[in-house]
Design a protein around this ligand. Sequence first.
Ligand code: ATR
Length: 270
Amino acid sequence: PDQYRVFGNPIEHSRSPDIHHIFANKSQQSINYQKQLVEIDGFSNAIAKFIHQGGKGANITVPFKEQALTLADELTERATLAGAVNTLTFKNGKIFGDNTDGEGLVQDLITNQVILNESRVLLLGAGGAARGVLLPLLAQNPRSIVIANRTVSKADKICQHFADNRISASSYIDLAKQDFDLIINATSASLSGDLPPIPTSIISQNVVCYDMVYGKDETPFLKWAKEHGAMKVVDGLGMLVGQAAVSFEVWRGVTPEVQPVIDKLRASLK
Ligand code: ATR
């Protein structure tokens, strides 16, 4: 079987090997996918060694996505604009870098019947996770995307980088006067059980709230959004499976079915 791997630190809890093996079984593809813990200063060596062993592709996770970008010989536009790579392909002696996170998010939003065309999107956070999803979101023709961040200068910087008049930056306080159809939490606040300082006035019965984080318990953001009357809340499990599916497609040319995998992972969280 062709060899694939996910590299990160930490890596113990990665579900990627399970996800890719299910995709492969269902689509009659012969692959072997393992996870590998990489020392903080050992990333490029680990990749070189894997290529030498005949590895066909790799997923890259925290904290190596920016390093993976510099390692690639060729990049897709979505990886360049994201400033990060989560998918490497080793072919013809070259390293190809891609980023499937944003497409994974968009596909999961579509699966959840969230309308993106002409919608007013609020993106919370201005770190790697936020930046990584902007180009695929823009491709869905939203009316506007407001990036809110505690450190507004970081949101401003992303706006300058994308130079698209649909994107603007905001402080959290200034959100109170605005209306949104979709709010995406791309901050890492949920990971530490925190809630970004969002004004409650922006939650209405017409708004969908999405958290890129998922877990056994509902995230603080989604719990808060529900309590304040949001129309619908969705966590990031589908995005995780979605980005894996797009990586699988990049490597194998086959589009795997995501729903059975999402259901299986959901059941295992309980
Ligand atoms: P990632 O790769 O997950 O995006 P990151 O680049 O470290 O991680 O960015 C973390 C993001 O979460 C930032 O936008 C950060 O806001 P600041 O830039 O103002 O620090 C945001 N963040 C983290 N904890 C937060 C909290 N408790 N409330 C609001 N925003 C938070």
